[in-house]
Design a protein around this ligand. Structure first.
Ligand code: C2E
Ligand code: CA
Ligand code: CA
Length: 450
């Protein structure tokens, strides 16, 4: 005889339906509910074609919360987020939970970009207040992607895909960003992905080149070193400037691989120059946040056989600022091995004189923006004068960047600036041309001596 069937608590049809459409953790609707709601709204709007918006919000840096404080703390935050989102919703809007730390909402009364951005900003502020975990508070930022129906997709799947694309772009740009999908943004993302693929291939096939621009002593125009500048010519994309592909490599997390090939090539070339010439190499800001940078650079130099005392590394203030302790450690370690550090693009960005005291730089490079205005603009002249005087007092060397003609060189010499660089002295050129240039100028120099 069969055992009696266990008696199940009776669940009504209504309750079953509610369960299928809700998220058990937060009690919000789930993605089936979102889908139905969007389909319904789209059908309603077919007769009255007013646009509406959907948004997706994702909590930045949520995963470490689970790892650090446990899944319970993560759940607690998700419930608090759900609660806050619900309180933000206006008439006719609903919020649902997708997966993990991703929530979605429909805004029936928002029909264009600025409206979506305004709502995004408001929700972002609400979500940025501290979360109470009993024994501690945590603060988290959030990223947003919006899509407007019907422009960003008429069907549910297409519309959500557009919102996801917008969210992905926000995430790529850092924390706390808001993006509303548009065709241009989709194009931009596609281009970036193509560029990324091509760049990865170029690194693997070792086709990124390094050019060298002379740095001279202004008193007699003799070359004292070269700055290495990355050059990439892709067969399909054409010439891509370094201030496009270097940030892309940083953003997509392969700046180490790129920088390592560049340094290797630059250092190999420098080996063929007279020993007294230095090589100046640009370090990207992401590398100053990575504690392994100093060891990587020193081992590259060892492999190539270049004396660390012939290397200068150019870094920017923004890089130093974003992670000051790590940056300071990297700098000290490199300086200990004999590498010298220059502060690049000085005078632009968020220059702080305090940083010159807190960090032990060897050299300051005055940004081209001041140099290019020196002939026409008195304030620029005074600024350069002040930078030179200050660097003298702090025992720092000074290089003026972007010297394009003789009168600028003359003026800078008059202001006491010891070194310079720019098209007037030489444009960046490949390794072979650089060797010829050196060969010629050294021949001239030795002929002068005879
Ligand atoms: P930067 O370090 O400030 O480099 C100087 C830029 O000014 C170079 O542009 C150079 O070609 C240009 N330049 C030099 N003299 C003159 C002049 O007289 N007039 C004008 N108008 N421009 C001049 P480039 O090579 O396009 O590099 C742009 C930026 O890309 C660099 O700015 C640097 O931030 C970055 N970069 C280049 N190569 C590398 C690299 O190997 N690694 C890293 N991390 N960044 C690099
Ligand atoms: Ca530089
Ligand atoms: Ca510079």
């Amino acid at each position: 005889m069969n055992p009696p069937a266990p008696t199940l608590p009776l669940i009504s049809q209504h309750e079953l339906q509610a369960m299928a459409y809700s998220d058990p953790l937060t009690g919000l609707g789930n993605k089936y509910r979102l889908r139905d709601k969007i389909k319904l709204l789209a059908a309603e709007r077919a007769a009255d074609p007013a646009p509406f918006a959907v948004g997706i919000v994702n909590i930045d840096g949520f995963k470490p919360i689970n790892d650090l404080f446990g899944a319970h703390a993560g759940d607690e935050i998700l419930c608090q987020v759900a609660h806050r989102l619900k309180a933000c919703m206006m008439d006719g809007s609903i919020v649902t939970r997708h997966d993990g730390d991703e929530f979605a909402f429909i805004l029936p009364l928002i029909f264009e970009r600025s409206g979506a951005e305004r709502v995004g900003q408001m929700i972002k502020d609400v979500l940025s207040a501290p979360y109470d975990l009993g024994d501690r508070n945590v603060r988290l930022s959030s990223s947003f992607g919006f899509a407007i129906h019907p422009f960003a997709g008429e069907e549910f799947e297409d519309l959500m895909k557009s919102a996801e694309t917008a969210l992905y772009r926000s995430k790529r740009r850092g924390r706390g960003q808001i993006t509303v999908y548009s065709r241009e943004i989709a194009q931009e993302m596609k281009r970036a992905t193509q560029l990324e693929q091509a760049l990865r291939n170029a690194i693997i096939s070792d086709t990124i080149d390094v050019h060298f621009q002379p740095i001279v002593r202004l008193a007699d125009s003799t070359v004292i070193g070269f700055e290495a500048l990355a050059r990439w010519h892709d067969p399909d994309l054409g010439f891509v400037p370094p201030d496009v592909f270097v940030p892309l490599a940083e953003e997509r997390g392969f700046i180490d691989a790129l920088s390592e090939t560049l340094l290797r090539k630059a250092a190999e070339t420098a080996l063929s120059w007279p020993r007294e010439l230095f090589l100046s190499f640009n370090l990207s800001s992401a590398q100053l946040m990575d504690p392994s940078t100093a060891a990587n650079i020193l081992s590259s130099l060892r492999r190539v056989g270049l004396d660390p005392r012939r290397l200068e590394l150019e870094i920017t203030e923004t890089a130093v600022m974003s992670s000051a302790d790590t940056a300071q450690r990297i700098i000290s370690e490199l300086q200990h091995a004999g590498v010298r550090i220059s502060l690049d693009d000085f005078g632009t960005g968020q220059s702080s004189l305090g940083r010159l005291r807190d960090f032990t730089f060897d050299k300051v490079k005055i940004d081209r923006a001041f140099v290019s205005r020196i002939s026409t603009d008195r304030p620029s002249e005074h600024i350069i004068k002040a930078i030179v005087a200050m660097c003298d007092g702090l025992d720092l060397e000074v290089v003026a960047e972007g010297i394009e003609d003789g009168s600028e060189a003359e003026k800078l010499r008059g202001l006491g600036c010891a070194m310079g660089q720019g098209y007037f002295y030489g444009r960046p050129a490949d390794a072979a041309s650089t060797r010829r240039y050196l060969h010629d100028s050294y021949r001239v120099a030795s002929a002068d001596l005879n």
